[in-house]
Write a protein that binds this ligand. Structure first.
Ligand code: NAI
Length: 386
């Protein structure tokens, strides 16, 4: 699942958003360049062009003529250069993802975009069509999915180690926004503003991570859902807490809780998949282990890097026992995406199809989930088909 070989030459790569002080810019730069599969050569890093240029030149060492005022200028100019960027990462607030992705794809660039991908599922579907038409790779940064322990969990479910799945419990709960902290935090202020964030806050910001992870490990598709959402901080226009009940197509059921007001919780992103013969648990705060209980036996910890893991999980940057973390997970995903981009450039469609990474379909599913949750919650939590 995770490639162990690097590209012969790094892809020329640009970044839009992710400027100084942003939450997610640094990890994109670190993960993409960790294994020399991508080389940052251009950027439109900031909504404020002067600040973005100063950051690009002084702190990232880029040429001043490749630090652009805005994404339109960057994509126009770079697409005309012989040594222009081949791929671009979009790490801006949600409202901009659709327009930037569309323009980049139409100018022949591979795209890695942040989630939630767009405001509407129709927009995400359109991006898929454009990517297919131009034979471009579209990665969506569900960054927790690159852990070897996730590959192990997927493989165990696939092989039937826990039998037929009955229940999936997903949660992503933290307590950082239990008060009106957006007054002094621009990174949160846009998240609770519909014009910038879209129709939801926690459902899109963290609920989509749960959904995608639950889907990835269990391999199941949703049939219908019922959602309750609420803003406990009354000044917020968008929910800071949501609970979703899910029915899957194969008869299994699920629950998903996402919250930014769960006081005391730090990064409680957990997925538990319960089958007829066993249960698997994963928790983001301890990503080097998964817990596994076969029927009739207590939980045991399976550690990254150990010989008893399935082949799919036999990938590590350092031996078991040394902690790997989120940066490694992201670097694993960037490596796979880099290989996919080269395969697409070479029109090696079979190889392309064999390389796993979170992509446009995951992006579409996340946005559709948000749409359906909002529809349900705003209509008395009625059940809606997905
Ligand atoms: P942030 O508010 O901390 O940073 C946004 C950055 O984008 C800033 O540098 C800002 O100046 C820049 N920017 C805004 N509009 C721009 C434009 N039109 N052109 C160029 N730059 C622009 O936001 P944060 O938290 O870094 O989130 C960015 C995106 O990443 C969001 O979509 C968010 O949902 C996603 N995200 C994903 C995570 C993951 O685990 N995959 C984790 C955190 C955020």
């Amino acid at each position: 699942m995770i490639r162990t070989d690097n590209l012969k030459q790094p892809l020329r790569w640009g970044q839009i958003g992710g400027g100084k002080g942003s939450q997610i810019g640094y990890i994109h730069r670190d993960a993409a360049q960790r294994d020399r599969n991508f080389k940052l050569v251009a950027g439109a890093f900031d909504v404020n062009p002067e600040r973005g240029r100063a950051f690009g030149v002084e702190e990232l060492g880029l040429d001043v003529d490749r630090c652009y005022d805005d994404y339109q200028q960057m994509i126009e100019v770079e697409s005309k250069r012989e040594d222009g960027i081949q791929a671009v990462t979009i790490a801006t607030p949600n409202s901009t993802h659709y327009a930037i992705s569309k323009m980049a794809l139409e100018h022949g660039m591979h795209v890695v975009c942040e989630k939630p991908l767009t405001f509407t599922a129709a927009e995400s579907e359109e991006l898929k069509e454009i990517a297919l038409k131009h034979n471009r790779v579209f990665g969506v940064m569900y960054g927790y999915t690159g852990y070897p322990t996730i590959a192990q969990a997927r493989e165990m479910v696939k092989r039937g180690d826990i039998g037929k799945v009955r229940i999936v419990h997903m949660q992503f709960a933290h307590g950082y926004h239990a008060e009106e902290v957006e007054k002094n935090d621009p990174g949160l202020a846009w998240r609770v503003t519909p014009e910038a964030s879209g129709p939801s806050y926690v459902l899109g910001d963290i609920g989509t991570h749960c959904l995608q992870m639950g889907h990835l490990i269990s391999g199941m598709e949703m049939d219908s859902l019922s959602c309750m959402r609420k803003s406990f901080v009354e000044s917020r226009q968008l929910e800071d807490d949501a609970h979703v009940m899910i029915r899957y197509k194969n008869g299994a059921v699920g629950t998903l809780w996402c919250s930014a007001v769960a006081v005391g919780n730090v990064h409680d992103f957990k997925v538990e998949v319960i089958g007829e013969k066993g249960t698997i648990r994963w928790w983001d705060e301890h990503p080097n282990q998964i817990e596994y209980a076969p029927l009739g036996e207590p939980f045991r910890k399976l550690d990254r890097g150990m010989g008893y893991l399935h082949d799919a999980a036999r990938f590590e940057r350092i031996g078991g026992g040394h902690p790997e973390g989120l940066f490694d997970s992201w670097a694993n995903l960037y490596r796979n995406m880099g290989h996919a981009m080269i395969a697409a450039d070479n029109d090696a469609q079979q190889e392309l199809a064999s390389i796993w990474f979170p992509g446009i379909d995951d992006g579409i599913e996340g946005v559709r989930f948000i749409e359906r949750c909002v529809e349900s919650a705003d209509n008395g939590s009625q059940w809606v088909n997905v």
